[in-house]
Design a protein around this ligand. Structure first.
Ligand code: CDP
Length: 210
């Protein structure tokens, strides 16, 4: 069973994906981390995240185990990742790794922006996790503050809105809901509520004949 979970920044998709994977005993790939690691590699090369040659080179040579996850999760790296992720050659270089992960025996859970549309269009279940930008900014501000990063609500909201626009507006695999995705709006849900709703959707869907 392949479960594709897409959605905008801080919608809760990462937490839902992790918990769904644990619940169903499936491996999980956070594809955002791959783009964050690519951005980190570009920066480490002394290049700009807008540089397509450096981006493609970094993506092709990527070794995700080389990076410190806490560093990759910073707001700054999220911004750089979204710039790098708009480069078609970067996306192309990362497709095989993601598809190989998805196709392992027994299946997998992948979360990102284009899993249901571009990476695994044949996924058994597609969830599109969303929430209002205010709710998402509040969650992200809390998350950043808990890690000691600057997290003033208005600037987090501005960053999230800018990233949404870039991710949705790019030509290459933009963030859009797949036609056959089920929307899970987590605006009114806490973490446990969102996870429970997602598990219920997966159980209902997997019980349905094709
Ligand atoms: O955790 P958050 O939702 O803020 O970000 P993330 O999922 O780690 O993704 C960081 C950036 O990588 C996003 O803003 C996207 O531009 C890009 N990304 C992508 O283009 N495609 C994916 N499958 C995953 C992430």
């Amino acid at each position: 069973m392949i479960i594709a979970i897409d959605g905008p920044a801080a919608s809760g998709k990462g937490t839902i994906a992790r918990r769904i994977a644990a619940h169903f005993g499936l491996p999980h790939l956070d594809t955002g981390l791959i783009y964050r690691a690519t951005a980190a590699a570009v920066v480490a090369m002394g290049k700009s995240p807008t540089d397509p040659v450096a981006g493609a080179q970094a993506a092709r040579a990527l070794d995700i185990s080389r990076f410190d996850e806490a560093e990759l999760r910073s707001a700054q790296m999220g911004e750089a990742a979204s710039i790098v992720a708009a480069i078609p050659e970067v996306r192309a270089a990362l497709v095989d790794y993601q598809r190989t992960f998805a196709r392992q025996k027994g299946g997998a859970v992948l979360d990102g922006r284009d899993i249901g549309t571009a990476i695994c269009p044949d996924a058994d279940i597609k969830l599109f996790v969303t929430a209002t930008s205010h709710t998402r900014a509040g969650r992200r501000a809390k998350e950043l503050a808990s890690r000691g990063e600057a997290a003033e609500f208005d600037s987090v909201l501005a960053d999230i809105s800018k990233r949404d626009a870039r991710d949705s507006g790019r030509a290459s695999a933009p963030l859009i809901q797949a036609d056959d995705a089920i929307v899970l709006d987590t605006t009114q849900l806490d973490v446990d509520g969102a996870v429970a709703a997602a598990i219920q959707i997966v159980e209902e869907r997997s019980a349905q004949p094709d």
